[in-house]
Design a protein around this ligand. Structure first.
Ligand code: GLU
Length: 309
């Protein structure tokens, strides 16, 4: 068995001198403030090890990685009927694209593009006030890690609200097709807050463990979801978790993964581990550039790709 900690140290050493770090998201001022030199990586194993290198205790904006947690909650609320309102095919277009929605009559391609995530948020909001729902999402994520310090960055949420014209367009468009039940402002309010959850790599890797362990959180043995649902969420992460770069991520890394424009990636090694990596510089698809390279090296050395060594 390889020594995981030395491998993480080697990856950090290799990447320290990397100059081609991509571009930090600048669509909202709060994200543009991030330092492109930051890098952290944590591997949490199902048997209880948590190994880290770099800036793994620094909270960053998880952004679209929150879509995994909210999908989990939405499926918990309405089960498979969710699939009447959102598809499960890769979109082959940008995270905030509106073009497909017209052709597909307001049914988003998958729960990991913005339109799809706005639908899962609408499901979780049903019957509640936005504040309660934001609290419920935060409690769910905190509960996965048993860490009450996880918070919502209000500056990011506000910044996002002030500039969220495209998301407002997507939400209004879906409402026009009857695919949103709650008022657009309320759904968007919750969506922007879930995207603004701030977590460190060490927290995020532990939060993802239920997806590596058949739905049971190994930290405390709590059953979060049934194994069948884990399998399906992982499949959607593999096929849709990196927007228009999902095929390339499968090719290079070969793990279910979900990226966010804050520069984080959560990757799942079924039955073994959950990995969180953070480096704010993004590639042209909005996925962490160095984070992907780090995972590529890790998988090459460990043979952890689901497609074989
Ligand atoms: N909050 C971002 C948006 O909705 C999420 C984008 C992302 O992380 O991909 O535009």
């Amino acid at each position: 068995m390889h020594d995981l900690q030395s491998l993480l140290n080697d990856i950090n050493q290799t990447l320290i001198s990397y100059e081609d770090r991509g571009v930090v998201a600048d669509y909202i001022p709060e994200l543009a403030k991030q330092d492109s030199q930051s890098f952290g990586m944590t591997v949490a194993t199902v048997d209880g090890q948590v190994l880290s290198v770099g800036d793994t205790d620094v909270p960053f904006s998880i952004q679209s990685i929150s879509k995994v947690f909210v999908l989990t909650m939405a499926l918990g609320k309405i089960g498979d009927t969710l699939w009447k309102r959102v598809g499960r095919e890769p979109s082959g277009s940008a995270f905030n694209s509106i073009v497909q929605l017209e052709h597909e009559k307001g049914i988003p391609r998958n729960p990991f593009i913005n339109a799809g995530a706005i639908v899962t948020t609408d499901v979780v909001l049903a019957g509640h006030k936005p504040k309660e729902t934001i609290g419920e999402i935060l409690r769910f994520v905190r509960g996965l890690v048993n860490e009450d310090a996880i918070y919502i960055d209000e500056h990011v949420a506000r910044s996002e609200t002030q500039t969220g014209y495209r998301n407002a367009a997507l939400a209004n468009y879906m409402r026009a097709f009857g695919n949103l039940d709650n008022p657009v402002e309320e759904v968007l309010g919750v969506y922007f807050h879930q995207c603004a959850i701030a977590m460190s790599c060490s927290e995020l890797a532990r939060a993802g463990l239920y997806l590596a362990n058949g739905g049971v959180n190994p930290q405390g043995g709590i059953k979060v979801i049934p194994p069948r649902r884990v399998r399906r969420i992982n499949a959607i992460m593999m096929t849709c978790g990196h927007y228009d770069g999902s095929g390339d991520f499968a090719f290079r890394v070969g793990l279910p993964g979900k990226s966010g424009v804050g520069g984080g990636i959560l990757a799942i090694v079924p039955n073994k581990a959950a990995i969180a990596v953070w480096s704010p510089g993004l590639d042209t698809n909005g996925n962490s550039k160095l984070g992907t390279v780090a995972l590529e090296i890790l998988v090459a050395k460990t043979g952890w790709s689901v497609f074989g060594a």
